[in-house]
Design a protein around this ligand. Structure first.
Ligand SMILES: NC(=O)c1ccc[n+]([C@@H]2O[C@H](COP(=O)([O-])OP(=O)(O)OC[C@H]3O[C@@H](n4cnc5c(N)ncnc54)[C@H](O)[C@@H]3O)[C@@H](O)[C@H]2O)c1
Ligand SMILES: O=c1ccn([C@@H]2O[C@H](COP(=O)(O)OP(=O)(O)O[C@H]3OC[C@@H](O)[C@H](O)[C@H]3O)[C@@H](O)[C@H]2O)c(=O)[nH]1
Length: 341
């Protein structure tokens, strides 16, 4: 008999039979797609702290690097696979953190068709894997699903204001479809899903020429170049330090709520305020240069994190003024610009 595709009460598939193997098994085998990237590599560090975890990273190194994982290469509980998520992956795991996707606008716009494939086919492949082995899967979605929001701050119930045919759509709409796929697999196949809507996150290990605003301003200040504030400069973002983000993602994965749940720091700054703060912290002599913006840049963004507080017992701890110097230290080391005594 055909199954009812909309049966929300359907049970999830049973976990991998390898759980009962006579060979040594860690308690939890965790796949992190995009684990060689910025957030992914910090997540690897945190999950590897637990001796009961075995961590497998699958990454195509488009924006990530083996350098971010160098301390784990060769570790018996760690495995690194060069793999593009637009191709199927056949392995046995208990949990999947699905992060693979370029995140900086300059990188996701570089090959928009590939960005859509990564979000749609990549998420389908990872859901197929979750279904086959009975794994729980967490998607790192984004505040960009709210587009240029007409509600402020953004609650999870807000459906967003997204241009479907613009230059950011490959990412925004790609992530929206990825969320849809997650819920359809959940309803139709009983897959255990978790969706995090991540707001702008920063910290050590961001690519120096990543193109995102915090890394741009810090690198520019250290190189003695003008800070490029894109017009009008009054647009706002809310910046979350990476350790807080990793904490939120793990709580979401381990908890009972599917989400979507906003994970971000509600502290809101204009880009001009951010530039002034970086200037003051790193080098008061650097100048600020106003430059053209890119199409469809959201004018305001700030998460309502009531759900994360209530359902995950999570809220960010690191303020922007505490986090920026930690990132400055990492950038100084990588750029070879020591702090003057
Ligand atoms: N950092 C943020 O502010 C932010 C905000 C919202 C959402 N997110 C989401 O969090 C995740 C991680 O972001 P990040 O800031 O660490 O970015 P990142 O670019 O540093 O990491 C992305 C990783 O995915 C890999 N990747 C890209 N396409 C792939 C593919 N087809 N197959 C396999 N690997 C692939 C890259 O090589 C990289 O290692 C992304 O899904 C992103 O959309 C990030
Ligand atoms: O040099 C710069 C770069 C950027 N900006 C401005 O800074 C703001 C933030 O831009 P970013 O490129 O850092 O990031 P965005 O907020 O546009 O997208 C980000 O948020 C959601 C995530 O899903 C994306 O992965 C992430 O890149 C924009 O208003 C942009 O115009 C500058 O003023 N100067």
């Amino acid at each position: 008999m055909a199954t009812n595709g909309n049966d929300a009460k359907k049970q999830p598939p049973s976990p991998s039979p390898l759980r009962n193997s006579k060979f040594f098994q860690s308690n939890m085998r965790i796949l992190i797609t995009g684990g060689a990237g910025f957030i992914g590599s910090h997540l690897v560090d945190r999950l590897m702290e637990n001796e009961k975890n075995e961590v497998i990273v699958a990454d195509n190194y488009f924006t990530g690097s083996k350098d971010n994982l160098s301390k784990w290469i060769g570790h018996p509980r760690f495995e690194l696979i060069r793999h593009d998520v637009t191709e199927p992956l056949l392995i046995e795991v208990d949990q999947i953190y699905h992060l693979a996707c370029p995140a900086s606008p300059i990188f996701y716009k570089y090959n928009p068709v590939k960005t859509i494939k990564t979000n749609v086919i990549g998420t389908l492949n990872m859901l197929g894997l979750a279904k086959r082995v009975g794994a729980r899967i967490l998607l790192t979605s984004t505040s960009e699903v709210y587009g240029d929001p007409l509600e402020h701050p953004q609650k999870e119930e807000y459906w967003g204001n997204v241009n479907p045919i613009g230059v950011r759509s490959c990412y925004d709409e790609g992530k929206r479809v990825a969320e849809t796929l997650m819920f359809d697999y959940h309803r139709q196949h009983g897959i255990e899903i978790r969706i995090a809507r991540i707001f702008n996150t920063y910290g050590p290990r961001m690519n120096i020429d990543d193109g995102r605003v915090v890394s741009n301003f810090i690198a520019q200040a250290l190189r003695g170049e003008p800070l490029t504030v894109q017009l009008p400069g009054t647009q706002t973002r809310s910046f979350c330090y990476v350790s807080d983000m990793v904490d939120g993602l793990i709580r979401l994965m381990e908890g009972d709520n599917t989400g979507p749940i906003n994970i971000g720091n509600p502290g809101e700054f204009t880009m001009m305020e951010l530039a002034q703060t970086v200037k003051e912290l790193i080098d008061p002599k650097v100048t600020i240069k106003e430059v053209e913006n890119t199409p469809d840049d959201p004018r305001q963004r700030k998460p309502d994190i009531s759900k994360a507080k209530e359902l995950l017992g999570w809220e960010p701890k690191v303020t922007l003024r505490q986090g920026l110097p930690l990132m400055e230290e990492d950038f100084r080391r990588r750029l070879g610009v020591p702090k003057k005594a």
